[in-house]
Design a protein around this ligand. Structure first.
Ligand code: WT7
Length: 664
């Protein structure tokens, strides 16, 4: 990978050819100070950061404890996340600051101050306590992007109840898996949600899931669409009714630092999604500190993280990070370009957004509508732009910089993962003026030690592609995987002993800048959403006609990549477009529409190792490169190269035939 991709408009102050790339970049300013303090004594550094950012009702006694890799941050300390995110802002004038400007897809609007948020959180928490819910319970939330979602998350945190938010695009089977795995007793949902002008029948989907989840005994329903919905088979509570109750007020539950705040189910390399556990003290330290370093929201800033709270980005940069700092955010319910591409720019203008944080997929789809929508709105208050979730193509970076940022706003390309809790690698314009390079997340934040390793665990050379790893524990790291300590150890700490394995490919350039190149494992990124090939394959295998399935990805101009399924049918079953459509819809119904493979191709056989494992990497190489075998040197299988070559040649011919018959 060469240094800097081609430049932008002539007036760009950050135009790569104006930047001092011929000299090695030396970190400076506050960044250099923080980084060297962290290097000198990482634990002391994070302890000071945590004390500065959070309110601890009982101070911690050990900064970093636990037994590697089960690290435990801030042991002995007690705190409450809702106190940190809401209650402590209620004294004095900050109570009147806006926490959220909410806008519905249908144009509905609501403004919630910190005082409003505090009132709702306390009332809901008191009602839930009155119904007998407490820290031994677990909850699931299946809600659209409405203010009730952060209110419910905070009310659960107030009571010390760990929860999982399930993205409202997931189907009932995927929802049921998460509820069951977590053993949730309580589910929050809504009568429906708006998505591109249509109503998603969330309550109906939730009821189907609840029917498979005997542990659930209470469903709380938010009225959003006012659709008539049938009553659940279990006790049902109306959100409005819970908030109108005068239940005896309960105090916030102070929990130990390592008490789980939430879990997020995320796709790994095998099997069904696993529950990634985030604790309270470490996680909040990470998100508060990184919100400050990367976005540094001041009293006049309005932050819009245009992500869905159903994924980690929304947890960390719509809910916990900004609220911990008492910042003001925009919360938008719908698709960014619905009802028209103007909606996105109207929101920026209407709320005077100063900091925008979104994904390359969203930017690619906005760019398709051209520059005119951006030009016809006043975007002068914007001062910082962020990108997250996938590598950003340099041309999209340039467009973001020139058209949305009008050549004035630095872009923070932030690299992190559900597992890391918060941003680990990113520019931090409030800390230094480091030159930006389109496509690079630049340098690790203070206290973070990211490196690029070769296969054998030695550091890769400058410019050499390798695996991104984190060499030192950080406060926002996952506590583990729900109910599966073995998998936690093997998935993250097994590849390079003592070092956290990210699953990403990366390259470091001569300035020490990191370029993240995408997943090295069997995890797909579709429109920035994380999906496991195993998850889609298991949905395909549930169809009675399917004998074998390998899911790969192919490039997509907007979504970055899209799933592509290669299927072997059971003997005697006839392939055809009708069946392909049925299989694709089956994935939509089991996992969610966003997981639907756009193409299903039928082949007679898939290349396998002698031990019978499908060689997905080989299938992927054939899908991407036609008949080339790809890199067989690193295949971990025992099949001979010759066998692989023959399998590939057959597969390539079959795929070519299937493609041409489809296009004719
Ligand atoms: C994967 C994690 C980050 C929170 C939302 C996604 C990819 C993330 C970047 C970036 C290149 C990126 C990685 C990572 N990724 N940010 N700035 N540049 N790739 O969290 O769903 O857990 O996905 O997203 O591949 O491993 P996630």
């Amino acid at each position: 990978m060469s240094g800097a991709p081609a430049g932008g408009a002539p007036e760009d102050p950050l135009r790569p050819d104006r930047l001092p790339f011929d000299r090695r970049f030396t970190p400076s300013g506050a960044y250099a100070q923080l980084r060297s303090a962290a290097e000198a004594n990482p634990e002391e550094f994070w302890a000071a950061v945590s004390r500065r950012e959070l309110f601890w009702s009982r101070p911690f006694t050990t900064t970093l404890g636990g037994t590697p890799p089960e690290y435990r941050w801030f042991e002995g300390g007690e705190l409450n996340a809702a106190v940190n995110c809401v209650e402590r802002h209620l004294a004095g004038s900050s109570a009147h600051r806006v926490a959220y400007y909410w806008e519905g897809e249908d144009g509905a609007r609501r403004t919630l101050s910190y005082a409003d948020l505090g009132r709702e959180v306390r009332t809901l928490a008191s009602s839930l306590a009155e119904q007998g819910f407490g820290p031994e319970d677990r909850a699931a939330l299946y809600l659209p992007m409405v203010p009730e979602l952060p209110v419910a998350m905070l009310a659960l945190a107030y009571l010390g109840i760990p929860f999982t938010v399930v993205f409202s695009g997931f189907a009932s089977e995927a929802l049921a898996h998460r509820i069951q795995d977590l053993g949730a007793r309580l589910l929050f949902t809504a009568d429906g949600g708006y998505r591109r002008g249509r109503v998603v029948p969330l309550k109906e989907i939730a009821d189907r899931a609840v029917a498979q989840c005997p542990r659930v005994d209470t469903v709380v329903v938010v009225r959003r669409t006012h659709l008539e919905v049938p009553t659940s088979s279990v006790r049902e509570r109306d959100w409005g009714e819970l908030l109108a109750r005068h239940a005896p007020r309960v105090p916030a539950r102070e929990v130990s630092s390592e008490h789980p705040l939430f879990l997020l189910y995320s796709s790994g390399t095998t099997g069904l999604p696993k529950g990634i556990i985030h604790g309270t003290g470490g996680y909040l330290t990470q998100v508060a500190a990184t919100t400050r370093w990367v976005f540094d929201p001041g009293p006049n800033d309005v932050l819009w993280c245009a992500a869905d709270i159903g994924w980690v980005t929304g947890h960390s940069y719509i809910v916990f990070g900004p609220l911990a700092l008492g910042a003001t955010s925009v919360l938008y319910e719908g698709a960014l370009d619905h009802p028209s591409p103007h909606r996105f720019y109207e929101i920026l203008e209407r709320y005077g957004v100063t900091e925008l944080y979104t994904s390359p997929t969203a930017l690619r789809s906005l760019r398709r509508h051209g520059d005119e929508p951006a030009r016809s709105h006043r975007l002068g208050r914007l001062r910082l732009l962020g990108s997250v979730g996938e590598p950003i193509n340099p041309s999209v970076w340039e467009w973001y910089f020139r058209v949305i940022g009008q050549g004035r706003c630095p872009i923070v390309d932030t690299w992190w993962q559900t597992e890391t809790g918060g941003i680990l690698v990113s520019p931090a314009p409030s800390l230094d003026g480091r030159p930006l390079k389109p496509g690079s997340a630049t340098l690790p934040l203070p206290g973070i030690d990211v490196a690029v390793f070769r296969e054998d665990g030695r550091p890769a050379a400058v410019g050499e592609r390798g695996f991104a790893v984190v060499r030192r524990p950080w406060p926002g790291m996952l506590l583990g995987l729900w109910d599966d300590p073995e998998r936690y150890r093997s998935a993250y700490w097994g590849r390079f002993p003592g070092v956290y394995y990210t699953g990403d490919y990366a390259v470091q350039d001569s300035d020490g800048y990191l370029w993240f190149l995408g997943r090295a494992d069997e995890v797909l990124k579709v429109a920035g959403h994380r999906l496991g090939t195993a998850e889609i394959e298991s949905a395909l295998l549930q169809h009675p006609a399917v004998a074998e399935a390998a899911v790969c990805s192919e490039p997509d101009p907007v979504k970055g990549s899209r799933p592509f399924a290669v299927v072997v049918l059971k003997p005697g079953i006839e392939a055809g477009p009708g069946l392909a459509e049925e299989l694709a819809s089956g994935v939509g119904e089991r996992v969610g529409k966003f997981a639907r493979p756009e193409r299903v191709l039928f082949v007679a056989m898939l290349p396998r190792t002698r031990s019978g494992k499908i060689m997905r990497r080989v299938v992927q190489a054939v899908v991407l490169q036609g008949d080339s075998v790809g890199d067989v040197s690193t295949l971990e299988d025992e099949a001979s190269v010759e066998e692989v070559r023959q399998g590939v040649a057959r597969l390539a011919a079959e795929l070519a035939a299937a493609r041409s018959s489809r296009s004719s």
